[in-house]
Design a protein around this ligand. Structure first.
Ligand code: SF4
Length: 347
């Protein structure tokens, strides 16, 4: 069905209202009525396909703004989105994010058809460790509790005792009965965990594997020092996937959701967000009066998502776009995530 000129004009106006304030755009576009008119036929078609197919679209905060504000039903981090997918009970879930996130949605919503727009959307962190490699590590530390960050493959979750997010990792690990913890796959988050538990006076031995996020491991304390010299009153907000040296000189360290809350609750003339640029785009839309200085980095995997690929997946998905999991792995991975729900703080 071809959209009428009137429908396109209305849609372009709707898009512009949301996208007007985005100037941290990965493709350096200026969001005006013409830019919005150029994507309006696509967003109209995707929103129509969603209704026809009983589909929901989940968009991670790091994907492009026209996906987040043009077609997504829910936006946020991977944990929040997987929960929303589970609650939505839609027949089809399109996960605009990366493959491990779509796998998590499939683990929690096994009856839904879960689609990933681009099968190449991996993750340097999740792809750093396979289930087989984790089995070898476990054999070296048989007395350790195996804790995996949610940014991990379904195979790794299936081999782990409990999953954690950047928002609940400290609480969950602190309350595990085991003293020795095998924390995978993020070495830097593991180091931050070690430092935080020490600060809390908790005696745990944290053993890590060697993965890092290729976006967050690029930031260094020198970036922060240079920005503070140029922007007096600056608040530096970082993610626990950054190095401990960056965490030590940040004003706030937390999950993407906590970073957004901190910015909203804290008055400052400028903010430096040490994370993926998509989060800055979201803050520019949702908190347009705040000033964000440059410094964020792009995740090439997240940027493989596009409106065209989402439309094609909804129209007729290719086998690569459909997420399938071995049922035994799915069930064991679901148990690891359920354990997180039991142990996570309730607030
Ligand atoms: S930002 Fe880092 S952790 Fe997130 S998908 Fe990209 S590489 Fe993976």
């Amino acid at each position: 069905m071809i959209a009428t000129d009137d429908a396109i004009e209305l849609e372009a106006e709707r898009l512009l209202k949301a996208l007007l304030h985005v100037d941290c755009d990965p493709r350096h576009r200026t969001w005006n009525l013409d830019t919005c008119r150029s994507i309006a036929p696509l967003t109209l078609e995707i929103n129509r396909l969603k209704r026809e197919k009983d589909a929901v679209i989940l968009a991670h905060s790091y994907v492009e703004p026209e996906i987040i504000y043009g077609v997504a039903d829910f936006r946020g981090d991977s944990y929040f989105l997987s929960m929303k997918a589970k609650e939505a009970r839609a027949k089809v879930i399109v996960f605009a994010g990366v493959v491990f996130m779509a796998e998590t949605a499939k683990i929690l919503s096994p009856d839904a058809t879960v689609l990933v727009p681009d099968r190449g959307s991996g993750c340097s962190l999740a792809d750093s460790l396979t289930g087989a490699q984790l089995r070898q590590l476990k054999a070296l530390y048989p007395d350790a509790a195996v804790v995996c960050y949610i940014n991990s493959t379904a195979d790794v979750k299936a081999e782990s005792d409990v999953c954690v997010t950047s928002g609940n990792v400290y609480h969950i690990v602190e309350h595990l009965p085991q003293r020795r913890i095998l924390f995978v796959p993020d070495r830097l988050m593991g180091q931050n965990l070690r430092d935080e538990l020490k600060r809390r006076g908790v005696d745990k031995e944290i053993i890590t594997s060697d993965g890092t996020c290729m976006v967050h491991d690029q930031f260094g304390p020198a970036d922060i020092a240079a920005a503070r010299a140029q922007f007096p009153g600056l608040k530096v907000v970082s993610h626990p996937e950054c190095t401990p040296e960056v965490a030590a000189v940040s004003d706030f360290v937390g999950s993407t959701g906590a970073m957004m809350k901190f910015v909203r609750a804290t008055a400052a003339p400028y903010y430096l967000m040490l994370t993926e640029c998509g989060l800055v785009g979201r803050l520019q839309v949702e908190d347009p009066e705040k000033n964000f200085i440059g410094g964020c980095r792009l995740c090439p995997y997240m940027k493989l998502n596009s409106l065209e690929k989402i439309r094609d997946a909804l129209r007729a998905p290719t086998p690569e776009q459909i997420v399938t999991l071995d049922e035994d792995i799915r069930r064991r991975a679901a148990r690891c995530i359920e354990r997180m729900f039991q142990l996570a703080p309730t607030d």
